[in-house]
Design a protein around this ligand. Structure first.
Ligand code: GLC
Length: 439
């Protein structure tokens, strides 16, 4: 007989459900995305050559102006860039998709776009189509490619400057109709040429500010998102927007940047609204602490253990984890990133089924122990080496409990009141995230 267990079910713990009127392609694409559970985010562009993070132009403390910064394109020759090697490593790590910054806030495009004035990869000595090579490598390796695309732009004359771009653009009024036309032309190229799973917007907050006094979002630009989103949906592609706001009707994925609801409960706040919608959820975070684009300094990189725990904790809340890496200006991934990703891959090779295609099980949402489920199978993740016992309420019969990676039986005690207690005995060589499969 099947096991059923009780716990606080989260509103978003499931794979996305339909909202009735969704087209079949859209429903399927959302479900496919949610089942993937783990992706790699890559921040890479001409900023990587400065090794100061992706905000260097704006955050460079006035050390560099836009014209000087843009000249980096004339020397951009990342001789170590190898799309197939990147994608092979991401696949080895266990990722099911790659989200690449096709065009970040600096406005430089990583594909030979015909929609702009020449601020793109085709105008560098490198000339190769980075986005195209990555898309082909993903297709060959069976990974999905997705496209980060910045709404904010620190380069173009038609972009209306907002609060985060004025330090570069000054009080530039711009011409939003012209800028929107440009964006649609680029997005059309990206989708028609490379077939991404989603367009992942960022930078809307350049024109939105939360007024704590009134409790309202104040907008300084009408982006006309309906038109942009319809354009993308007409091309059977999902829409995501990293705007730190409650989701709009036409957005397909609920994003969280370095946060999931509840993650900051210990601090007494969560930066974001609780998830009360039916969308797949994706949390993004960084492998090199604090920065997305490559930064040469002493900051630490996360270990494989930390990344696995973040993935498990996301999955337990019904969310995908999009883990970012920032290759350097030569196209090489920092050795610490490679080491971490290989370690994550070793864990996935033994425990992947406890993540892919699962839902949050709603029991054990502490930092030390979380759980996922697939149908009747419960996966309990022991994330802390000191945690060895876990109790949960269940109904029906528990037929087996075993270590997922090794098959070793795990002790289960059952109380008359319907509580099961798992006790694990870790052996040398067991995984940091020790997963017990309960059937
Ligand atoms: C923030 C940053 C941006 C980064 C993004 C990733 O919006 O401005 O640089 O790309 O986070 O989520």
């Amino acid at each position: 007989m099947a096991v059923a267990w009780t716990g606080v079910m989260l509103a978003h713990a499931g794979v996305a459900q339909t909202t009735g009127s969704l087209d079949a392609w859209n429903r399927d694409a959302r479900a496919k995305f949610a089942a993937q559970r783990f992706g790699i985010f890559v921040h890479w562009g001409i900023y990587s050559t400065y090794a100061q993070g992706e905000w260097y132009l704006q955050g460079g403390g006035g050390r560099i102006d836009e014209a000087a910064y843009a000249r980096a394109k004339d020397g951009f020759y990342p001789s170590k860039f190898d799309a197939r090697a990147w994608v092979a490593l991401f696949k080895e790590a266990g990722a099911k998709y790659l989200t690449i910054t096709t065009r970040h806030h600096d406005g430089f495009s990583l594909w030979p776009t015909q929609a702009d004035d020449g601020y793109n990869i085709a105008q560098t000595p490198f000339r190769r189509d980075v986005v195209g090579e990555l898309a082909a490598a993903c297709t060959n390796a069976g990974l999905q490619i997705n496209f980060y695309y910045s709404l904010m732009d620190w380069h173009r004359k038609d972009y209306p400057a907002g609060r985060a771009s004025k330090s570069v653009l000054g009080e530039q009024v711009g011409d939003y109709a012209s800028y929107r036309k440009f964006m649609l032309a680029q997005i059309g190229e990206l989708i028609d040429r490379y077939r991404p799973g989603n367009i992942w917007f960022d930078g809307e907050w350049d024109h939105a500010q939360f007024n704590a006094r009134t409790g309202q979002w104040e907008r300084t630009l009408d982006w006309k998102f309906d038109e942009i989103y319809d354009f993308i949906h007409d091309r059977k592609t999902l829409v995501a927007n990293n705007n730190h706001q409650p989701i709009r009707a036409k957005e397909d994925i609920q994003l969280f940047e370095r946060d999931l609801p509840g993650d900051h409960a210990d601090l007494g706040f969560s930066r974001h609204q609780p998830v009360t919608n039916d969308r797949p959820v994706e949390q993004c975070d960084v492998l090199q602490h604090q920065v997305w684009g490559w930064k040469l300094d002493e900051r630490k990189f996360r270990t494989a253990e930390e990344v696995v725990a973040m993935i498990a904790r996301s999955a337990a809340r019904g969310a995908n984890m999009l883990m970012n890496v920032g290759p350097d200006g030569s196209g090489a991934l920092p050795p610490q990133c490679v080491e971490t990703l290989k370690g994550v891959g070793r864990w996935f090779a033994r425990n992947g089924e406890s993540i892919y295609g699962t839902e949050g099980a709603g029991v054990g949402l502490a930092k030390e122990i979380v759980s996922t489920r697939k149908g009747d199978v419960l996966y309990v993740h022991f994330l802390d080496p000191k945690a060895t016992r876990f109790a949960f309420k269940y109904e029906g019969e528990i037929r087996s409990a075993r270590c997922l990676a090794t098959g070793a039986p795990v002790q289960v005690e059952r109380t008359p009141s319907g509580v099961a207690v798992l006790t694990i005995a870790r052996e040398t060589g067991d995984d940091f995230d020790y997963v017990v499969e309960v059937r």
